[in-house]
Ligand binder design. Structure first.
Ligand SMILES: [Zn+2]
Length: 473
């Protein structure tokens, strides 16, 4: 079933201000028509008809921040398994971070990832490093990386400390129209911190990663973006002060953007102290908690390393500020920071475990639960944060059509996500497509999920019997 007439779904495409019941027809991997009634459309003749009433149909969702660990760490994940996670989560395009082993800091590494991406079931784009080996000392060959096909540069996982080097990176990338992203972490302030510095780090005796360590780099980036006139995208914003800095800078017209990850607007540092501390403290304000009677809520002990990520889970006030930043548009991109690690790496003392958690399979469900059902965002706005906004930041194009992703347009690729916004489901990490299982959301009850993912006109994942997954070629 490669050609489909999808009838009467609620089509939401924020790029064209569309939210209404429409038919969508795709043929040969491309959108052939989009209108209120395509039953008599000449191109629909002989095409299988699938009724989608009750489902939401959106442009294929984009996630511009994932770690697929290839090359070098394929025991954790590889491009094919990572792409499978993306498809299950409703994502048709993802952007990989360059902190692989070796780092993606030269054209050969870019070529390798792009070659491997051909075997993936969704579109996998790649970023290049800002500095050689992500060491923060010498610029990577930004022009050559651009020619090799990176869609942005970032030292994610690390942060360029030298402000002058960052300035040069901005000036070079500007010549190529290349997006610059930054993981905001001031090393001198963060030192060896492993969790948010505050009440719980003191109680638990863990070294603190203070919010000011993020804020200081966000402030620097605002100044550099203003000075150079070159946009900077601040990745995974977690602190209240960072949200405030970005809000003010954006109001003043500084070309700066920020993104938020589901764990930062759902969990707090109390989770590191264990479920008995987290649920009573913060559970009440979580929509997900309402879906889970107290006895059914997942339990975990203190020092569970599935709650260790970088930047760390922060205070309840920080979490509320991230939600407010999403509500008012200060943070207008959502991403997973999908960061797989093997069980043996995570199953150690909190201090020694690597930072990071899985994200692609739970990202949409958590966002629908905690932002849409909780009443913080209307649905079209939420869809925008997964489609039109990231597409405006990073130029992602369908190779076969040359058209921009993140929108549904006739002649463009048939990349679509079908969402049942009211379906309640429980995340079971034992059934993940990832090679890793490091999710703090195992056993969580969520409301809303992607039921089918279509990429290049192929159903790459489905749990909707009307549109079964197509056999792999
Ligand atoms: Zn990062």
């Amino acid at each position: 079933m490669s050609d489909v007439l999808l009838r009467a779904g609620r089509v939401i495409d924020p790029s064209q201000g569309l939210d209404g019941v429409r038919d969508v027809l795709w043929r040969d991997g491309r959108i052939a028509a989009l209108d209120t009634d395509l039953s008599t459309h000449p191109q629909a003749r002989g095409v299988p008809v699938v009724e989608a009433r009750g489902l939401v149909v959106t442009p294929g969702l984009l996630d511009i921040h994932v770690h697929f660990r290839e090359p070098g760490q394929t025991a954790k994940e590889n491009i094919v398994s990572g792409a499978e996670c993306a498809a299950r989560g409703g994502f048709t395009s993802v952007v990989c971070m360059p902190n692989t082993k070796p780092a993606i800091d030269d054209p050969a590494a870019v070529g390798l990832v792009r070659e491997r991406a051909r075997a993936a079931c969704v579109r996998v784009f790649v970023t290049g490093a800002i500095t050689k080996d992500i060491a923060g000392e010498e610029l990577a060959p930004i022009g050559a990386l651009h020619r090799a096909g990176v869609v942005a540069i970032t030292d994610d996982g690390r942060c360029v400390q030298n402000a002058d080097l960052m300035r040069r990176a901005l000036e070079y990338s500007r010549m190529y129209g290349l997006t610059v992203m930054d993981h905001c972490q001031e090393y001198a302030l963060v030192q060896e911190g492993v969790m948010h510095e505050g009440y719980w780090s003191t109680v638990l005796g863990l070294r603190g990663w203070p919010a000011v360590g993020e804020d200081a780099i966000v402030a620097r980036n605002i100044l550099l973006a203003r000075m150079t006139g070159t946009p900077i995208h601040c990745q995974h914003i977690s602190s209240r002060q960072s949200v405030e800095l970005l809000r003010q800078a954006r109001a003043e017209g500084v070309p700066i953007t920020g993104e938020a990850c589901p764990h930062h607007f759902t969990l707090t540092d109390a989770a590191v102290a264990g479920s008995d501390k987290f649920w009573p403290e913060d559970g009440a304000s979580l929509f997900a908690a309402r879906l889970m009677p107290e006895a059914e809520r997942p339990r975990w002990p203190a020092y569970d390393t599935h709650f260790k990520m970088n930047p760390p889970l922060r205070s309840a006030a920080d979490r509320a500020a991230v939600v407010e930043g999403i509500r008012d548009g200060t943070l207008d991109i959502l991403s997973s920071d999908h960061a797989p690690h093997c069980n043996y790496e995570k199953d150690v003392e909190f201090d020694f475990a690597p930072f990071g958690i899985l994200g692609l399979e739970t990202e949409l469900g958590i966002s629908l639960t905690e932002l849409y059902h909780a009443g913080h965002l209307p649905l079209p706005r939420l869809v925008e944060l997964f489609t039109a906004r990231p597409a405006a930041l990073v130029s992602l194009k369908a190779e076969e059509t040359g058209t921009s992703l993140g929108r549904i347009e006739v002649g463009g690729p048939a990349d679509l996500t079908l969402i049942d916004v009211d379906r309640e489901w429980t995340y079971d990490v034992k059934r993940t497509a990832s090679k890793s299982a490091n999710s703090p959301f195992h056993g969580w009850r969520l409301k809303g999920k992607a039921v089918a993912t279509v990429c290049r006109g192929r159903v790459v994942w489905s749990e909707w019997d009307k549109l079964p997954t197509e056999a792999k070629p």
